[in-house]
Design a protein around this ligand. Structure first.
Ligand SMILES: NC(=O)c1ccc[n+]([C@@H]2O[C@H](COP(=O)([O-])OP(=O)(O)OC[C@H]3O[C@@H](n4cnc5c(N)ncnc54)[C@H](OP(=O)(O)O)[C@@H]3O)[C@@H](O)[C@H]2O)c1
Length: 306
């Protein structure tokens, strides 16, 4: 049997990074690039990368010899981005660009993880050519990051997405907040007027590897097949996990005066990805079933204990 390809995941301690490593480690040699937080997963190597210099990155990547790099690092907290826009730009734009340029010089394929937070929220199911119109610093820096990585390296695969899964103890996902909250008997107010098209992280990671294998380049939306409100997604989670749905109250984003502006509709169309790969990504029930079976079968404890 041949040697497994090596993937380097930058942002290795994040919600996406640890889950990706967990799902990919049987098929790939996985190296997690860490920053501040240490992470230890069975059969996964770690390293420390500094992203502030392309020349240094070239040397560091040459030593690791990855077959592909996934960039899942960044400043992802919408409120923190708003209060420190300079740092948000450094992490979401400049560091991504440095990595993209290093990959270009080394001819290493790179995947850059973007977001669904790129539009004003007036339209549904944006596709890859819909003009970006971000309404907060997080969205603006993510949009600039896309432009920068592709301008220095046209071979990059940029993934726009919105994912959920079981998070480590220090980084809860939306589904963790709903399930843990309901299990604790807490009432939850979820927005009935904010829409997205979530995908389970395992489905996302598998789809991205399929796109890498067909040498896809440029922007691809990798999201679930269904657009849903946050409140209805919470209800569907509660139903599947047999939790008390009456604890979920409907709220409106318009009533939360102190929140940083967020788009009301973040749903994306996955048609381009589905057409290229000749399959669907799965509806909400399919995505939630993966989450449910991971817990039922005790498959994800190593991640949740981190
Ligand atoms: N979460 C979502 O629902 C969602 C939705 C759409 C798109 N995305 C995108 O998906 C990607 C991953 O998101 P996530 O939720 O997994 O993020 P996350 O949990 O917030 O993790 C961010 C990662 O970036 C690392 N990082 C922060 N500053 C760094 C620096 N100066 N140098 C190197 N690494 C640094 C962090 O390391 P330390 O912990 O050591 O600081 C951490 O590993 C991001 O690009 C995000 O924009 C996320």
């Amino acid at each position: 049997m041949g040697k497994k390809p090596r993937i380097l995941i930058v942002g290795g301690s994040g919600l996406l990074g640890v889950n990706w490593a967990f799902f990919a480690r049987d098929e790939y040699q996985v190296v997690l690039a860490l920053h501040q937080r240490e992470v230890c997963l069975k059969n996964v190597q770690t390293c420390y990368l500094t992203l502030d210099s392309t020349d240094n990155l070239v040397h560091q990547i040459q030593a690791i010899k990855p077959n592909v790099i996934i960039n899942a690092a960044g400043m992802t907290n919408v409120d923190k981005c708003e209060s420190d826009p300079d740092l948000a730009k450094v992490l979401n734009v400049d560091f991504a660009r440095n990595l993209a340029l290093a990959c270009y010089r080394l001819t290493v394929p790179m995947v850059h993880i973007s977001t669904d937070h790129l539009f004003s929220g007036q339209l549904s199911l944006a596709d890859e050519i819909t003009t970006c119109c971000p309404i907060n610093v997080y969205g603006q820096t993510k949009a600039m990051g896309e432009v920068q990585v592709l301008s220095v390296n046209p071979n990059i695969l940029v993934i726009r997405t919105n994912f959920f899964g079981w998070g480590p103890s220090y980084r809860q996902s939306f589904s963790d907040l709903v399930i843990n909250g309901l299990r604790a008997g807490n009432a939850l107010t979820l927005f009935g007027d904010v829409y997205f098209s979530p995908i389970h992280i395992a489905v996302l990671a598998k789809t991205v590897h399929d796109l890498i294998n067909v040498q896809a380049k440029g922007i691809f939306n990798v999201v679930g097949d269904e657009r849903i409100s946050k409140k209805d997604f919470g209800l569907r989670l509660a139903q599947k996990f047999n939790l008390d749905t009456t604890l979920i109250k409907i709220g409106s984003i318009d009533d939360t005066k102190f929140l940083i502006r967020r788009p009301k509709d973040m749903s994306l169309s996955n048609q381009k990805t589905c057409t290229l790969l000749n399959r669907n990504m799965g509806n909400i029930d399919d995505q939630i079933r993966v989450l449910y079976e991971q817990e039922r079968d005790g498959l994800i404890e190593e991640v949740r204990r981190l």
